[in-house]
Write a protein that binds this ligand. Structure first.
Ligand code: IPD
Length: 258
């Protein structure tokens, strides 16, 4: 079944959930939060990641009880409506837990055709990035577009895996890439980085090993801002590398990334 709800209503609901979760996580005394690790000693999850996911789930499912919801911290509710939500309750947990800026709440609504709406909220800058499929992207309500830079001048964001084996491969890619571009950034939230491509702060972003809740909202926002997107298919049959790039540098960047 394909769900055809009003995208504006979905967007409003996603924004409400993201803003309430943002208020919750900002209010927490981060130095006294209980923490555990997941895939590696640096892959942290705090009680606030779980509390944020629970709050988002309550807000979304009380409005749309038949929808599915998949969250980074373990929520997996099947959809009865044809529509599902992909939720990262804190993308950039390592930044958050160190009191560094640059983390986000990322929420996407998807049906069998793809992502319909995406919201990424950065509570530290009070920035809300939004997009509706085929209706453009916005930052705090104002339309945004990606850059038109050349590869030699491009500032490109990336991220690194929690697995040290994967990191060794990621480091090798940088050896070829760095001499060909302006510079590199590792912001720490894939969702925010994708939105920074959308508004031209970064000229591209790429990372291997991302999960759908990391990239679903951000890739729609970048796409709707005019960026080229590779590797963001929900079934991940294509390949493990997600790339969002300004069209002016896509060909050159993809030649290097392979
Ligand atoms: C992580 C961030 C980071 C990226 C990692 C992600 P999390 O998400 O997006 O920038 O490099 O691959 O897992 O774990 O903080 O939700």
């Amino acid at each position: 079944m394909t769900a055809n709800p009003d995208p504006l209503e979905l967007l409003g609901l996603a924004q409400k959930a993201a803003h309430e979760a943002g208020r919750l996580v900002r209010s927490a005394p981060i130095h006294s939060l209980a923490m555990t690790t997941k895939s590696s000693p640096t892959d942290l999850v705090s009680e606030m990641d779980r509390a944020s996911e629970k709050l988002i789930l309550e807000i979304i499912l009380s409005a749309r009880p038949d929808d599915g919801l998949i969250g980074e911290e373990g929520t997996s509710k099947p959809s009865q409506s044809g529509l599902s939500w992909l939720v990262d309750p804190i993308d950039g947990t390592a930044n958050y837990l160190r009191g560094l800026p640059n983390y986000s709440i990322s929420i996407a609504a998807v049906n069998e055709e793809g992502t319909i709406v995406g919201v990424v909220y950065d509570p530290t800058l009070d920035e809300t990035f939004t997009a509706i499929h085929r209706h453009g992207a916005a930052l705090n309500g104002n339309p945004i577009t990606c850059s038109t830079t050349s590869l030699a001048e491009a500032i490109i964001g990336t991220g690194f895996s929690y697995s040290s084996v994967q990191r060794a491969h990621q480091a090798e890619v940088l050896i070829t890439l760095l001499p060909a571009i302006g510079d590199i950034r590792r912001p720490g939230s894939a969702a925010v980085s994708l939105c920074w491509v959308a508004c031209g702060r970064l000229d591209a972003f790429f990372e291997t090993g991302l999960k759908p809740w990391d990239f679903a909202a951000g890739t729609l926002i970048a796409l709707e801002a005019g960026a080229d997107i590779r590797g963001a298919e929900m079934d991940r049959t294509h390949r493990d590398l997600v790339v969002a790039s300004a069209p002016s540098i896509t060909a050159g960047l993809c030649r290097i990334l392979g």
